[in-house]
Ligand binder design. Structure first.
Ligand SMILES: [Zn+2]
Length: 434
């Protein structure tokens, strides 16, 4: 592989920002300095980064790749292509596949599918066998294969005693963290959107914010009881953000993520009865959106995670109360996060922290060369972001196999221009290279 020179950008990572070129050789960064010249006679490919931020590649803690079992909606190949185009160099595959990722065998299968993908594919394992909430899954054997996050995502672990045992068991494995889909089923079952003024006006059964709040509350208590770290998936309510804020202030080992759609869309969108706006947790009130943004700005929320959830057209064309929840996220997360968090005063580099180095640390991917820092010797997993590029979301041009984006026709600002995976430019000028 020829040398790669990323020229003319502003390098940003956890250590700060500086104007510098980045020289990559043999998959690794060899030099970060102003005005690097390639020695004459040496072959180098140059990527223009003028006006751009050169950042560690984005890391998604929460993507539904749908394989094995639902290859008509998405595959590891198509999702990782979408991810690379979105600026990601790593995604964590959620375990609600068919079969569920609840054993070493299925972990191996998904890791194998991701081996030559356009981004690194890490795997989250299930907490319970079949994600049924009954019996603990073999967390140890999955951890031995490098799995660091465990979740029954799609459902929360309802039984408090079982969740306590899972946390105690997981504590035996260094770096392992349980992640909760915070939803009390007894409060949420039968609901299809946020419970509030809009749900009563539209006659669609609601899911109260409290269904999320009570499980966050319980798991904060279990974190205190066991000392084991807990990660909260896709926080969507003002109540749960405040609970996490207080738990962190009390020194508890909790982390949290939010999804881009909970930063930019409200339950009012459901007035169209278009199931493209159906998602779980549901789109909430404007006050909740403000609270989630504030949580990102003050560090209560550690990461932006896409909750990329592809669905075939037939499924999303059903009536609102019959369609499955979920929307695409990988190719639109960056501009939406820049827009929503820019509105509360966050600089692009601070938004990149929530999309790269902080999630990399939560998933243990920092030890595998994800999330920077951008320095000589590090693996070259990078994205080059043009924060001013304006473009219009066209569902037909997305790399994902599915089309369920709520942002069709939306003008967004900010784009990942180049993505470099272990030194290989897999996306150049927003085009996949293989
Ligand atoms: Zn979930």
């Amino acid at each position: 592989m020829a040398d790669l020179l990323i020229r003319g950008g502003t390098v940003v990572d956890a250590t700060g920002s500086r104007v510098a070129d980045v020289l990559v050789r043999g998959g690794r960064i060899v030099e970060v300095a102003e005005g690097i010249d390639v020695p004459t006679g040496k072959k180098a490919r140059t990527l223009d980064a003028g006006g751009c931020l050169v950042a560690p590649g984005l890391v998604d803690l929460h993507a539904h790749l749908r394989q094995p079992g639902r290859e008509e909606a998405e595959t590891v190949e198509t999702a990782s292509r979408a991810a690379a185009l979105g600026g990601y160099t790593a995604v964590v595959a959620m375990p609600n596949t068919d079969p569920a990722i609840d054993s070493a065998g299925v972990v191996r299968e998904v890791l194998e599918l991701g081996r030559d993908a356009l981004c690194r594919v890490a795997v989250a394992g299930a907490i319970t066998v079949g994600r049924n909430g009954q019996r603990l899954a073999p967390i140890g054997e999955m951890a031995a294969l490098g799995v660091r996050l465990f979740t029954d995502d799609g459902a929360g672990v309802q039984d408090g005693r079982l969740m306590r045992r899972a946390l105690e068991y997981a504590s035996a494995f260094p770096g392992v963290r349980l992640a909760q889909h915070c939803e009390d089923a007894s409060l949420a079952t039968g609901g299809h959107m946020h419970e509030g003024e809009w749900s009563s006006r539209l006659g669609i059964p609601g899911i109260p914010a409290e269904a999320e709040d009570v499980m966050v509350m319980r798991d904060i208590a279990l974190c205190r009881l066991t000392g084991a770290p807990v990660h909260f998936l896709h926080l969507s309510t003002a109540g749960s953000v405040e609970l996490v804020r207080r738990a962190k202030a009390a020194g508890l080992a909790v982390t949290a993520e939010a999804a881009p759609h909970h930063l930019v869309l409200t339950d009012a969108e459901c007035a169209s009865y278009d199931p493209v706006f159906k998602v779980n947790p549901p789109l909430r009130s404007p006050a909740d959106v403000d609270a989630v943004r504030a949580g990102c700005a003050d560090g209560s929320i550690d990461a932006i995670a896409t909750d990329h959830a592809p669905h075939e057209l037939e499924l999303k064309e059903q009536a609102f109360d019959e369609a499955p929840p979920g929307m695409l996220g990988l190719e639109t997360a960056l501009p939406l996060a820049l827009e929503a968090l820019g509105a509360v005063g966050m600089a692009p580099a601070d938004v990149l922290a929530l999309m790269s180095w902080r999630p990399a640390a939560i998933a243990g991917l920092d030890a595998l060369g994800q999330g920077g820092p951008i320095a000589a010797g590090a693996v070259a997993n990078l994205c080059v972001v043009d924060p001013d590029a304006a473009w219009v979301v066209d569902p037909l041009r997305l790399a994902s196999l599915s089309r369920n984006t709520p942002y069709a026709g939306r003008k967004v600002i900010g784009r990942s221009r180049h993505t470099i995976l272990a030194g290989e430019p897999v996306v150049v000028d927003a085009e996949a290279q293989r």
